[in-house]
Each structure stands twice: as structure tokens, then as C-alpha cells.
Ligand binder design. Sequence first.
Ligand SMILES: [Zn+2]
Ligand SMILES: [Zn+2]
Length: 75
Amino acid sequence: MEAYCPHCHQALLWQQGNLYHCEACHKTYQQVALCPDCNKPLEKMQACGAVDYFCQHGHGLISKKRISLRYTEQA
Ligand SMILES: [Zn+2]
Ligand SMILES: [Zn+2]
């Protein structure tokens, strides 16, 4: 899955875990998965190598295909 910088729209370089780096901005971004129904951050659940996303606001398990990704700047 390609990741793009929210500021300059260049492709981000994956660092580790949920962290991505933009060479143009010299900034690190954290990838956050959002619920497509309520736009709130999803809880990431990892089991047996599979990743599931869970909405704690009443929408239950969300398929990986439906999540929206946001990149937030690391302080
Ligand atoms: Zn950038
Ligand atoms: Zn939700």
C-alpha cells in the first residue's frame, strides 16, 4: 500500500511499525487507520499474522479494504 505525505503529496518511506518518513518535509508521520463510518481511529488487532481493525464506537470489525488511512505528524 502506497503512503503519501499529507503536506507535499510525495511518496512516504516506511520506517518501522506505523511510522513513515517524508524526505521532502524531513518529517515523520504516524499512519492511523480510521473507521469509514464514523471517522474515528480504529483499534488494530494482530492475531496469527493477520491484522484486523476494530471500531469501538459501534461499528465492530472493519475490513482492511474499507479502512481509510491518515498520516499524522509526529511531534
Ligand atoms: Zn512531505
Ligand atoms: Zn466506527
